[in-house]
Design a protein around this ligand. Sequence first.
Ligand SMILES: [Zn+2]
Length: 229
Amino acid sequence: MKTNITSATLLASVLALAARADVRLSSGHADIGVGYAAGTFDLHVHQEEPEEAEFEPGETTFVVGDAARTKSPGGAFASGLGPIGTPSWVLPTSPSPDLPFIGFGTEELDPADWLGNIELTLSGATGPGNVVVWNVGAFGNANIAIDSTRGPGVPNGLSLLPGTHTHYNIGFSQPGLYEVSLTATGTHATDGAIRGAGTYRFEVVPEPSTWALMGAGAALALVAARRRP
Ligand SMILES: [Zn+2]
């Protein structure tokens, strides 16, 4: 009897894990959060809307839908997003009903505990294209904080005040699946130099017509297959 209960409990845990393994965030407000626990930064996903929830980075996929499709402005963006007019996908700094609204939050950190800012640096990016993260200054000038095409040794990250929350544009140059690794570093007033890392998944979906064509192609192939004797 005890074994049965243990198996049932184990199965429930496995199912719960499986259910949480890939939470697809295609809309609503969610932040890449930096917390502090036991001498290390805890990078996570803090969902604010439609409901409060917290996830490990590997438990979620940010879905960058067709509403994100735009064109590269070229100039400083040419390296990451291609020459002016090149199709690109951007999650903006204002909420959109069909896109996840992603910010960067250090609200869990008490500013009194930290000397200076928390640096959130790009430590790796894999995917079919490039990743660019930027905000726009008071005079309309774009500050590109992260560009995955930058070489080693070039600053490539966000500088976040402890105890704050801010939003950046996040752009991608191609549809497909990306894994973006971020490393947080900072100086704790009593615990000294602190770091922590997390890898976040983004799925940039192709335009609907591509899906429709693929679907139609698959349906035709199926019909053809069924007609064969
Ligand atoms: Zn936010």
